[in-house]
Design a protein around this ligand. Structure first.
Ligand SMILES: Cc1cc2nc3c(=O)[nH]c(=O)nc-3n(C[C@H](O)[C@H](O)[C@H](O)COP(=O)(O)OP(=O)(O)OC[C@H]3O[C@@H](n4cnc5c(N)ncnc54)[C@H](O)[C@@H]3O)c2cc1C
Ligand code: SF4
Length: 670
């Protein structure tokens, strides 16, 4: 039983302030993918034609919102009042329709037929509320899992188990424990093929899987134990599920339809289990192309974007060379994301070895470093090729060099004191020292730092130190986890923004990525090991000064609490008088994000920069995408879109490969 209310161009509902923008980006996406004339017409009349769109309200939902308003609740559901069609709108027959349907009852295949076991969505919500937390996470009998069609009704969400904190902080091995196959099948069975899966698409770039992973399909195959078929479906859209299954924040789960009434399906856990099983079973083997073309492509940068593009172009039969200035291939998947999140040898290098055997050439170290400038080349600081050489020798160039310029705190007094480091220097040094030592087990320290790598290991060792990590994102969390493993005495994490809410805020509705409070592995470990199980994070914390111990070393910071207030439509930071305090530290790590790629390389290739300081390239989800101001040069990944995620880097690498192929095969003019 539904009511339909019209959207109006001039409303600005509290509940969903981005509505107009989202709707417009959906239309733009539809137009670019389908060439729809209708979408084009609508966009020409935008935003006046917003009133031709309708919101659809189940009547029960309307009643629930009204009840929340009557109770005076300022909850997300209470603020949905902005959505409700006004009485005038309902009286106006042109804007009102009523749809009545008989509730559907679906029977389970293994339950008594006389009992109605499936319910309306509203009843399901009620049912979930009463039983959530009481359902098992695993059904022992795999046959029952394969034949049951009761899915989430009978099973609670369960993620892949992690090793206990005490055990895992003693080494740098992956934090995940051994997987239980039937438990994963049970979890996959929670997906009941909702019909319009928001999880597997990213129409507005803000929800669902950017890769278009065929999630409901492989969930169903895993449920039935058809692991090989699931593996094939997974590889059809994702070059590196062994990366995303470990590090992706899983926007798919934020968009899972089940997430509206219950915990979403544990999609990422299923994805990782499929690919890890494929390796175990020996299904991941080199598969070089049968035919080679004479086209030569050079890819600069070997992060997930460069690797995905290399994999795709190699499969098309082109001759691919990847240049990487670091001593190991993988970009931030090698030096950035720490070993406990993704094993460097057993996961990243394992895949690079397969790609080598498929015919891709990798050049690392000084020989793989593309000269940023003629001066660098002449001075000998750079032994790799110059841009002009690459442009001459190859048919196309793809820049996938990442967003490597870190945000710093140069304007804060005391920044030059000894003991303050950029997060990436710290993380890279630790991983390199581990890999050079060759041991990530609990005996890692015996070999760690044996090779000096140009840095004194002690300066970047958190052992017995008081550590402050500034920045509350993924990088900050990885610094925390690393510092705990190195034996830090205390770890504090400071974040400038306020503490996120426990549940979605009204302006952050499903299916968008939920911006809610989370506890990642590093936070859990630091609380447990260094802070009597209390969270180590301080929100709304502004650094005023780094303090000197009198010998040029940092001894702590002076900070002040801030509040964020919306003034004239803009969020403004207000310092709280009297909240100044000092926190002691002898190692401070700056994990403040990245500003963009390195500029000189773009200049060397004749590539324009965009207004945000990234490499400028077309990006309209259509022909010619990723091409820069130099037609022979393409740019993709973090260097084009700005600091982002592994899943987006893979997506851009795949799409850039398609664009390069079209360019090489003259499918569109140079
Ligand atoms: C510490 C950290 C943790 C992260 N954790 C996560 C996470 O958990 N989940 C997630 O989804 N994302 C995470 N990210 C983000 C993610 O790693 C990036 O979005 C992704 O790696 C970008 O891929 P890319 O291929 O575009 O660039 P990168 O991975 O940055 O690779 C670029 C490569 O280009 C090379 N290069 C640069 N200049 C040259 C040159 N002149 N010559 C030759 N080579 C060059 C660099 O050495 C580098 O190896 C994290 C980032 C950091 C820093
Ligand atoms: S790649 Fe990320 S978003 Fe896509 S299915 Fe895997 S976890 Fe979800």
């Amino acid at each position: 039983d539904l009511e339909i209310g019209r959207l109006a161009a001039d409303t600005n509902p509290e509940a969903y302030p981005h509505e107009e923008k989202d709707l417009k980006s959906l239309l733009n996406a539809h137009k670019s993918w389908t060439n729809s004339k209708q979408a084009d017409e609508i966009l020409k009349r935008w935003p006046a034609c917003m009133s031709e769109f309708v919101r659809v309200f189940p009547k029960d939902f309307k009643a629930a919102v009204q009840a929340a308003i009557d109770r005076g609740e300022h909850t997300p559901i209470g603020s949905m009042r902005e959505y409700l069609p006004s009485q005038e709108a309902l009286n106006d027959h042109s804007s009102k329709q009523r749809i009545r349907k008989q509730p559907k009852v679906r029977r389970s295949s293994f339950e008594d037929d006389s009992v109605p076991v499936s319910m309306d969505i509203e009843d399901v919500a009620l049912f979930q509320k009463t039983t959530k937390g009481n359902r098992p996470q695993k059904i022992e009998d795999a046959k029952l899992v394969a034949t049951s069609n009761r899915g989430f009704l009978e099973v609670d969400r369960g993620d892949l188990p992690k090793r206990g904190v005490e055990e895992r902080v003693s080494d740098f091995k992956e934090i995940l424990a051994k997987k239980d196959e039937v438990a994963v099948q049970t979890q996959a069975s929670r997906c009941m093929d909702c019909g319009t899966p928001f999880c597997h698409q990213s129409v507005t770039d803000k929800s669902g899987c950017p890769l278009g992973n065929l999630i409901p399909e492989w969930n169903d195959l895993v449920r039935k134990g058809a692991w090989f078929d699931a593996f094939k479906r997974l590889m059809a859209t994702n070059n590196f599920p062994e990366f995303t299954g470990r590090v992706c924040p899983a926007p798919c789960e934020g968009a899972c339809t089940l997430g509206i009434i219950d915990d979403p399906v544990a999609i990422k856990s299923v994805e990782l289990s499929i690919i890890d099983k494929a390796y175990e079973m020996g299904w991941m083997v080199p598969s070089p192309p049968k035919v080679r073309t004479d086209k030569r492509i050079v890819i600069v940068g070997s992060g997930p974007c460069g690797l995905a593009a290399a994999d795709q172009l190699n499969k098309m039969g082109h001759r691919v060379t990847v240049l990487e200035r670091a001593d190991r291939i993988g970009g931030l998947m090698m030096y950035g994301v720490p070993n406990m999140k993704t094993d460097k040898m057993d996961v990243v290098q394992r895949r690079v070895d397969i790609m080598k055997r498929e015919g891709i050439t990798f050049v690392t170290g000084p020989a793989g470093r593309v000269a940023e400038s003629m001066e660098a080349h002449i001075e000998g600081t750079n032994m790799g090729p110059r841009a002009s050489q690459l442009l001459e020798e190859y048919d196309a160039v793809l820049l996938a060099v990442g967003a490597t310029v870190a945000r710093d705190m140069q304007s804060v007094p005391g920044r030059d004191l000894s003991g303050i480091h950029l997060a990436m220097d710290y993380l890279t040094h630790n991983t390199k020292a581990l890999l050079d030592g060759g041991d990530v087990s609990n005996k890692w320290r015996r070999w760690w730092g044996a090779k000096k790598n140009g840095m004194d290991p002690k300066t970047l060792d958190a052992k017995d130190k008081k550590v402050i990590v500034i920045g509350g994102g993924d990088t900050g969390n990885d610094c925390i986890g690393t510092a705990v493993r190195q034996g830090a005495k205390a770890v504090v994490n400071l974040e400038l923004m306020g503490k996120p809410p426990k549940q979605r805020a009204p302006h952050n509705p499903w299916p968008h990525w939920p911006m809610v409070f989370k506890v990642d592995y590093g936070h859990e470990e630091a609380a447990n090991q260094c802070n009597n199980d209390q969270d180590i994070r301080h929100y709304g914390a502004l650094t005023k000064e780094f303090l000197d111990d009198g010998h040029g070393n940092v001894k702590g910071i002076k900070m002040v609490n801030v509040r964020w207030e919306k003034i004239d439509g803009q969020m403004r930071m207000m310092e709280q008088p009297g909240s100044e305090k000092i926190i002691e530290a002898d190692l401070i790590l700056l994990a403040l994000g990245f500003l963009g790629p390195e500029n000189p390389l773009a200049a060397a290739f004749g590539v324009d920069m965009d207004e945000r300081g990234n490499y400028k390239a077309l990006y309209q989800k259509s022909e010619g995408d990723f091409q820069t101001s130099n037609p022979k040069v393409f740019a993709a990944g973090d260097c084009r879109r700005g600091q982002s995620l592994v899943v987006w880097a893979i997506k851009e690498g795949r799409d850039a490969a398609t664009a390069v192929n079209s360019y090489l095969t003259n499918e569109y003019p140079a």
